[in-house]
Design a protein around this ligand. Structure first.
Ligand code: ADP
Length: 160
């Protein structure tokens, strides 16, 4: 069976935690669609185009990964695209309640949709895009938090 899964998120910007989940998913499934959410509640720091470009560069070594953007409901996007599996990363108990609610809500909206959780790597359980933005904007070293190939671009945007 040819299995395509989707990894949704804001990716504002991509971190090594995201890349770890995407890389592991790409080894488990035939194709991984990384879906950048366009209409999250708050205005992102990086534009949709920037977030897509950074992700594209970060996954350039993974031939079965494709980056797309989507608006509206993930469950609807999956239905329209014929995708029935979401892959998400779980960092800590603090992620659990929200992710659990989202998984159930998505299944109510689209009963064919399953959500699979991969546990975060021990090195990135503390890592989030908001932490990268905060540290980077104050001039801190984020080289251990973001993919090396996109580090300089992330730093220059955050220091503006
Ligand atoms: P963030 O909380 O960093 O803004 P996103 O909304 O972009 O995260 O997250 C997209 C997906 O990546 C979610 O499934 C989230 O749980 C996962 N993820 C985010 N950061 C990490 C990390 N450090 N380790 C593992 N998974 C992560």
């Amino acid at each position: 069976m040819n299995k395509t899964v989707i990894c949704p998120g804001s990716f504002d910007p991509v971190t090594l935690g995201h890349l770890d989940i995407i890389t592991r998913a790409s080894g488990m499934f035939d194709k991984v669609i990384v879906a950048v959410l366009v209409n999250s509640g708050k205005t992102p720091t990086f534009t949709t185009e920037e977030r897509i470009q950074l992700l594209n560069d970060a996954v350039s070594g993974l031939p079965n990964v494709e980056i797309v953007s989507f608006k509206g409901l993930l469950a609807e996007y999956c239905k329209q695209s014929g995708i029935d599996t979401i892959v998400k990363g779980l960092r800590a108990v603090s992620d659990f309640e929200y992710e659990f609610q989202m998984a159930i809500a998505n299944k109510k909206l689209n009963p064919n949709l399953e959500t699979i959780f991969l546990t975060a790597d021990s090195d990135s359980t503390f890592l989030s895009s908001s932490m990268v933005r905060e540290i980077g904007s104050m001039g801190g070293d984020i080289s251990n938090f973001v993919p090396a190939c996109v580090h300089d671009r992330i730093v220059s945007k955050l220091r503006k």
